[in-house]
Design a protein around this ligand. Sequence first.
Ligand SMILES: Cc1cc2nc3c(=O)[nH]c(=O)nc-3n(C[C@H](O)[C@H](O)[C@H](O)COP(=O)(O)OP(=O)(O)OC[C@H]3O[C@@H](n4cnc5c(N)ncnc54)[C@H](O)[C@@H]3O)c2cc1C
Length: 480
Amino acid sequence: MNYDLIVVGMGPSSVFLAYELINTKKYKNILLIDQGKSVEKRYCPISKTNKCMGCKPYCNITCGFSGAGAFSDGKLNSYHLSSKDSDGDIYLGGNDGGYIKKYMPKDEIFKLLEYTDNIYLKFGADKELKGINYKEEILELQEKSKKQGLNLVSYPIRHLGTEKAHILYGKLQKYLKDNGINMLFETEAKDLIIEDGKVKGVKIHDIKNDICKDLFSDKVVLAVGRKGASWLSDICNKYGIETKIGSVDIGIRYELPDKTMAKINKYLYEGKFIGRPFPYRDKVRTFCQNPSGFVSAEVYDNGLTLVNGHSYKDKKSTNTNLAILVSHHFTHPFDKPIEYGENVAQNLNRLAGNKIMVQRLGDIYRGRRTWEEDLNNNSVKPTLKGAVAGDLTYGLGYRTMTDILQFIKDIDKVVEGFAHPDNLLYGPEIKFYSNEVVLDKDFQTSIKGLYSIGDGGGLSTGLMMASASGIQMARILSKK
Ligand SMILES: Cc1cc2nc3c(=O)[nH]c(=O)nc-3n(C[C@H](O)[C@H](O)[C@H](O)COP(=O)(O)OP(=O)(O)OC[C@H]3O[C@@H](n4cnc5c(N)ncnc54)[C@H](O)[C@@H]3O)c2cc1C
């Protein structure tokens, strides 16, 4: 039970770490563990049952080989130097693309992203880049946005589509297996073994056989994603691992007709609007836009059900969905952004019988809840079957709701129909990032031999950046 390296989690950050270590040939005995299943066994029953079945022991959308990547929309964002954030800084993805900028110069990050993109291409990613044509039309939309105090970010996107993402990660799983990487599925990391400030291994629970074991290694990488953010926070508290107060993104999934979004979908594929709406001036952004897509539900720890969205390469709806997220940063004495987000999610889940809640925009304006029959008569039909009609204003919090409604009105001046009363809001959509785990330049935590990569510790916020953080981790480890 001794390994040269143990990686907790098998999301894209972990997969790309293992891929790159095979190339360097430095580590012989590598173990990856995940509480979910291998990619071919991952299946979300909602397409048949029309409602989230709360898969046990873990949600198939977020857990297993390739983590949240397997059922993701598979939008690979190729950021470039001219993509600017609303604050004039280079845009590297939602929530600033994570903290990787703190540990690497930007030009190196771009080289790393290019390298990572080439691996995705090698394993079958679509060669076509969206968002690079229509320069004049994009500029016109950007000028219009600027007048409303909005920044419309444009950058090239490679779109895998959910079903193709599954196939691509399947090929990567085979590649890792064929090259001797050990993988334990349906196995959860319960705890770490830490002695004298050094990591010694991982305490695991084999879920299927209900056996607990200790596995040893003096190098452990935590790649637990947003799914494991809460677990990571507990581990940091238990072992005094240094962290900084992080943030939480709280909001809704917005669904509207493709025809309203036609220009944005055609010119940019994904319209990344960022603004600081009146009166709070919080950072609000659109995120993960899915033309002709489907709204989905995913179940997190503590049984929390959160909304998300994706789109297939072939199967199409007539709606576009996108997240509208408000970044919340708390200051002393409150230092628990995850708990804050969990409370919001819990309230909304309870109000909707542990399902996702949906409400018409027009009903929010009129100060009334939405009823099932309102949805039946609505021009925009919900693509998430089983979402419960209700009143989001009971649970989202005044500040978040005000930010979102003002932001929708601002975008409406750029995209006519964006604030149409029949458009749908689903909640809660929350992006948990654990408190920022403080790392040195080698992504090492304050515990010797213990590293953190990917979305979980806040280093990344999307597929490309998470994968790139894995590659960088491999390069660092191969020099040790
Ligand atoms: C529906 C959906 C659509 C998305 N669409 C896009 C998109 O189009 N573009 C984009 O850039 N990003 C998208 N994302 C986000 C993207 O999937 C994530 O940013 C990315 O997967 C993060 O990679 P990661 O390796 O950090 O962690 P994850 O992919 O979250 O993987 C973490 C893994 O760790 C495992 N784990 C956690 N804790 C433990 C533990 N204690 N023991 C054992 N295993 C554990 C989990 O089971 C999981 O498999 C989407 C996400 C979802 C859910």
